[in-house]
Write a protein that binds this ligand. Sequence first.
Ligand SMILES: NC(=O)C1=CN([C@@H]2O[C@H](COP(=O)(O)OP(=O)(O)OC[C@H]3O[C@@H](n4cnc5c(N)ncnc54)[C@H](O)[C@@H]3O)[C@@H](O)[C@H]2O)C=CC1
Ligand SMILES: O=C(O)C(=O)COP(=O)(O)O
Length: 605
Amino acid sequence: MAASTAPSHLLPRPTPLSSSSSLSPHRFLLLSPSPSSAAAPLRRISRLRLVASAAAGGGAGAKPTVLVAEKLGAAGLELLREFANVDCSYNLTQEELCTKISLCDALIVRSGTKVGREVFESSKGRLRVVGRAGVGIDNVDLAAATEHGCLVVNAPTANTVAAAEHGVALLAAMARNVAQADAALKAGKWQRNKYVGVSLVGKTLAVLGFGKVGSEVARRAKGLGMHVIAHDPYAAADRARAIGVELVSFDEALAAADFISLHMPLTPSTSKILNDEAFAKMKKGVRIVNVARGGVIDEEALVRALDSGNVAQAALDVFTEEPPAADNKLVLHENVTVTPHLGASTVEAQEGVAIEVAEAVVGALKGELAATAVNAPMVPAEVLSELAPFVVLAEKLGKLAVQLVSGGSGVKSVKVTYASARAPDDLDTRLLRAMITKGLIEPISSVFINLVNADFTAKQRGIRIIEERVVLDGSPENPLEFIQVQIANVESKFASAMSETGEISVEGRVKDGIPHLTKVGSFQVDVSLEGSLILCRQVDQPGMIGTVGSILGEQNVNVSFMSVGRIAPRKHAVMAIGVDEQPNAETLKKIGQIPAIEEFVFLKL
Ligand SMILES: NC(=O)C1=CN([C@@H]2O[C@H](COP(=O)(O)OP(=O)(O)OC[C@H]3O[C@@H](n4cnc5c(N)ncnc54)[C@H](O)[C@@H]3O)[C@@H](O)[C@H]2O)C=CC1
Ligand SMILES: O=C(O)C(=O)COP(=O)(O)O
């Protein structure tokens, strides 16, 4: 099936098995099960599909359209062009971007384009992927992307070394007044005394943010003979130890540093982390390098600290507002060295970033895994392939359960039970939860649910999904024995679907790779979840299967599977009948008129 015609769904990220917690901006990847239509039998499912339909808005067979809004390396463009129509339109105004975006399936930006809520709203659901050709995603409204089911991917590794090298370049250039001396000499001034610098060797460098760039800066600074300490609340001490760096508290870092280098993302908790209070805790004459984000420094406070001499020098690659205003006091300050956000701007890094982001965007449009996803969970490929049939089962159980609710709405509390012989830590249920949510919500709304927006949408609709694990004895070879979906506090249009404890209850298993419905209410059944399903409760008596089968046969409705579950012989039984075609109203009426049939329901899978 062409990627452009594949239906797609996304799946959620690993969280504890407790609730439908909202997605947080962390690495992820999206998936959707292979098409579940008759054209793509479940038996053939070999892997899950990622996010988005490449054809969104483009019609069957149409190539997706990728808008590249900032300059991208040639190798990345080439990769994109093999798969998509590529529109390179640089320097768009917000208005132009919003106009164009409704015709695009993917958007690629660097740090210079603000991808705010209005962009997602203007896309009218067509935009499936935003690719950030770099690390920082502070210019992308992740909450809005998630709400609109749009995957955000970045290129987190290809510019690490470039950013670290730029940090070290600024550190050395600042310490030796390279930029100032260069400008003076070009202006005809030979000022050897004015530009006496300070040495790096033996000085203490505090790296704030010990991630990819921070640790590469630390490694290089060690090579320059500096004593390196780092502050990062989330970094592992052994990783720091391995390169001879001591992790310290924020205040300890500020107090001990001769040089401070910033390498954390801009988030609400790092915004203006270097402010008046922080500058007051630093050694007098400290020197600061920022190749992270302008917003992590309170720029006005830095001007004050520079003017007072508390901070001797700063070297800045990034600014709160980019480009900064012509009269920006930091840019004009004689003790500040500036570059125009060049950290990632090496030939090598830009080629690498372009390839990294193009691969992620194309992969996401094809429905493959996005290892660099930012607003959905990342699930290892081997976990995905193992879970594939269970993911299909999860969606179908959600779909069945919600169709059994009378009135079709009012679902507020859903309990999902996963029965498995595996240790709880060894079963990632995020995908399953997302697909159950998809199954529950899509039949009763017009919202498209994917891995990105499943938890958000459930929460928004007031649906609480409680997950529970039943740990079974036996071989943990299969990830799951069964999944049970129960909807509480609702009535059912098929009373037999109610469990003894009063919830609508459906249970399923995977048999030979095929999802099966194995229990409805308290009745055991066994019907493969393909096509559609008729559930009947009848008096258990001979000839029922034949009677119903011949009514369906009269309308040429093919029965794929039949199973009868009964509580006791000659009492009540529930018959589950899988059908390839949808019976018409007349046929369903005839089934309902069979005297022994007490109730029945037709369910679409
Ligand atoms: N100037 C430029 O052109 C470039 C800038 N960057 C920026 O550099 C920064 C770091 O990038 P990477 O190292 O690739 O990211 P990363 O995600 O590998 O590392 C960031 C680190 O900051 C830490 N962190 C988060 N909150 C913190 C806090 N309150 N205090 C201390 N540490 C905290 C995280 O735990 C993480 O270890 C990002 O802001 C990125 O946008 C990255 C590449 C190029
Ligand atoms: O990767 C990052 O976070 C950067 O800051 C690089 O930004 P750029 O892609 O050069 O606009």
